[in-house]
Design a protein. Structure first.
Length: 150
């Protein structure tokens, strides 16, 4: 893990905390190009009545709008939780170069925990993936959120 990866993951964590404060499952995401943040996202499924409004998808949509391009070939996506199958599909379709995630998701993770779609032959795009960056911090935000609801 580089210092840059940790710094950008901290920004994604800030997004996750904001999502929790809004009553959403606390997942945050950041899209970085050329060492600069071009978009952020947080889970918005409840607020937007949109099952596809996961933090990754929200951030990718914002990045595409900012760049006026649906291809994000030079982008790194930082996300606090291992992407689900839907989000891995969006990452592949967006041609994201690299994905860095925090906590592993043993229930729905699609980057190695439950299934590994990050290297699926079904996608014509491959991307670098690194998990476990600030995993304890990312997992703690999720655990705290769910413990308050139980």
């Amino acid at each position: 893990m580089s210092a840059h990866d940790a710094a950008f993951m901290h920004v994604a964590l800030e997004q996750a905390v904001e999502a929790a404060e809004a009553g959403e499952i606390p997942v945050g995401a950041v899209v970085v190009v050329g060492g600069e943040i071009i978009a952020t996202g947080q889970n918005r499924s409840i607020r937007d009545f949109d099952p596809s409004a996961h933090a990754e998808v929200v951030a990718l949509r914002a990045a595409g709008s900012k760049l006026s391009n649906h291809r994000l070939t030079d982008a790194t996506l930082y996300v606090t939780l291992e992407p689900c199958p839907m989000c891995i599909g969006a990452i592949a379709q967006g041609r994201v170069a690299r994905v860095v995630f925090g906590a592993y998701d043993p229930k729905a993770g699609a980057a190695g925990s439950v299934i590994d779609l990050s290297d699926s032959p079904a996608f014509n795009h491959r991307f670098e993936i690194m998990g476990g960056v600030l995993a304890e911090d990312c997992g703690a935000v999720l655990k705290e959120f769910f413990s308050e609801r139980r």
